[in-house]
Ligand binder design. Structure first.
Ligand code: RIB
Ligand code: CA
Length: 328
């Protein structure tokens, strides 16, 4: 008998590659997608919610509860990334808007109810934030008891090397550094394991423009077609023959943890440097014998390598119903 599907919740700022992640989580039989929560990030919150509902509609997952959360970072001014993700935040693909509305509760309340229910049934949930960590910081500080219902936080964010929003910082952490610092601190205090799927692996799983074309041809109006359009948008935007599946790689890591290599390392979030604010300072000294700042509380499983070809294939097979051939 196959193992029971892994219960997961995604926290998203949909977002072209968040949409790739949602399609995978919505359609893979090894996952039980319990809820999706939304936060401002790649686009303002109203667009993030609309995009998220659209993707779930296309994926045929109308029953998955969606809630809107924080409309801005804790301290930073809001600054979206529509210069990358399009005016509507999801590639301006012209897909029909969902008729569905989000749950009439804040994302933090939807997370709390789902996680406390999971704690009661003894079936903890893998929480997969793919966005600025504002909702998750508010959750863990407001309702620390939810930790009993979380098996792991597997987040897309940060970098042990270079950034993308700045030379130092990855977008999700740069957008709300205080939230990221709070989440790492709270997880350490509450004993919640954390995996960081950061920029060190983010760009590795690639899908070609030709494969995107096959997806679109296979099922233009359905999930495969949307998946293909998302990749094609990125290829055009970056004038490239392939594009990363981005946030979807973190979902792949939940489905196939053997596809990433992790190192368990201390991580701090830089909160003050003018040019380094939002950097995840990953301490790779070996041996680490002394630090004048003291040892950081947060020790994180940092993804340092990924089987990009395997993750691309996993994504293509799931969103494309095994219709797409070729490699990258
Ligand atoms: O920095 C990578 C992040 O920014 C991802 O979450 C993705 O959505 C991108 O826009
Ligand atoms: Ca994202």
């Amino acid at each position: 008998m196959p193992p029971a599907p892994l219960p997961v919740i995604l926290d998203v700022d949909t977002g072209v590659d968040d949409a790739c992640a949602l399609l995978l989580a919505a359609r893979h039989p090894a996952l039980d997608l319990r809820a999706v929560t939304c936060v401002a990030g790649n686009a303002p919150l109203d667009l993030v919610v609309a995009n998220t509902l659209t993707v779930l509609d296309v994926a045929g997952r109308h029953e998955v509860p969606v809630a809107a959360g924080a409309g801005r970072p804790l301290l930073e001014d809001p600054a979206d990334a529509r210069h990358v993700h399009g005016r509507d935040g999801m590639g301006d693909l012209g897909r029909p808007r969902s008729a569905r509305v989000p749950q009439p509760v804040h994302a933090v309340e939807l997370l709390r109810s789902q996680l406390m229910a999971a704690a009661r049934t003894g079936e903890p949930i893998t929480l997969i934030p793919l966005a600025p960590l504002t909702n998750i910081a508010l959750l863990l500080r407001t309702y620390p008891a939810v930790a009993q219902g979380i098996s792991r936080v597997l987040f897309m964010g940060g970098s042990a090397s270079t950034g993308n929003a700045t030379a130092s910082a990855e977008f999700n952490v740069f957008h709300d550094p205080e939230a990221a610092a709070i989440v790492l601190d709270a997880c350490a205090a509450l004993g919640v394991p954390v995996t960081m799927y950061g920029l060190d692996v983010f760009y590795e799983p690639q899908v070609t423009a030709a494969q995107a074309g096959e997806l679109i041809a296979a099922d233009p109006a359905g999930p495969a077609g949307l998946a293909g359009e998302l990749i094609a948008y990125q290829c055009a935007r970056f004038e490239s023959q392939s594009a990363t599946i981005g946030d979807a790689g973190a979902v792949c890591a939940a489905i196939a943890p053997g596809g990433i290599v992790t190192r368990t390392l201390p991580v701090r979030v830089e909160l003050s440097g003018r040019h380094t604010r939002g950097r995840t300072v990953v301490d790779q000294r070996d041996p680490l014998t002394h630090d004048p700042h003291g040892r950081p509380d947060a020790v994180v499983d940092v993804a340092v390598d990924v089987d990009g070809a395997a993750f691309s294939r996993l994504w293509l097979d799931t969103v494309g119903f095994h219709t797409v051939g070729g490699g990258c």
